[in-house]
Design a protein around this ligand. Structure first.
Ligand SMILES: [Ca+2]
Length: 189
């Protein structure tokens, strides 16, 4: 039957992942097992080099299966921007939205996800697309962030009018005023 997934990881590998994320050794082992199950043969052949299609990864994660932000997540977290994730990319995604990640880290990734045209600014156009994403999502699909009020707040607090745009520092300030942000913008994997 071949090796168990955990034997593919050395303690050094695990500790390196721990250092770069908010996870414990046990978390890393659990995530690796999850990654392995998506395509055991490919992962076994090249545990850290293999890049699995983001679509396969999302399909295996209940919380992401129907998430309207799948494409944005694939873009932001695929280190080679090839719509595929290495194990490191997968861990980065899980770490960014885990419970231990500080609100500022989650906000930083939220900013990149909402910046649909990747120009480093949230413009009215980005926020408009964000509202579309949130309102077009199926009623009963799980969403990474189900926050119509957040969108309203962002517009109001940042005073977006005309061509006004929000940079990441301003976005962080807006998010600080949202007590629910840290709890709503999370993903348990
Ligand atoms: Ca933008």
């Amino acid at each position: 039957m071949g090796a168990k997934p955990t034997t593919l990881l050395s303690l050094e590998d695990i500790d390196e992942c721990c250092e770069l994320t908010y996870f414990s050794r046990r978390d890393i082992i659990r995530l690796f097992d999850r990654f392995y199950r998506i395509n055991p043969n490919a992962v076994k052949a090249n545990p850290f080099g293999v890049r699995l299609p983001a679509a396969d990864i999302f399909a295996s994660i209940e919380e992401l299966k129907c998430n309207p932000f799948r494409q944005r997540l694939a873009f932001v977290f695929s280190s080679k921007q090839d719509d595929c994730f290495s194990f490191d990319d997968f861990v980065d995604l899980a770490s960014a939205f885990c419970e231990k990640a500080p609100a500022s880290v989650r906000a930083s990734f939220a900013f990149r996800i909402y910046d649909f045209d990747n120009d480093g600014l949230l413009t009215a156009s980005d926020l408009g697309r964000l509202i579309d994403f949130l309102t077009c999502a199926s009623e009963n699909s799980p969403k990474l962030l189900e926050r119509d009020e957040v969108v309203g707040y962002i517009l109001e607090e940042a005073g977006v009018e005309g061509n006004r745009s929000i940079n990441e520092a301003e976005f962080q300030l807006v998010v600080k005023k949202l007590p629910d942000f840290a709890t709503s913008f999370k993903l348990i994997m």
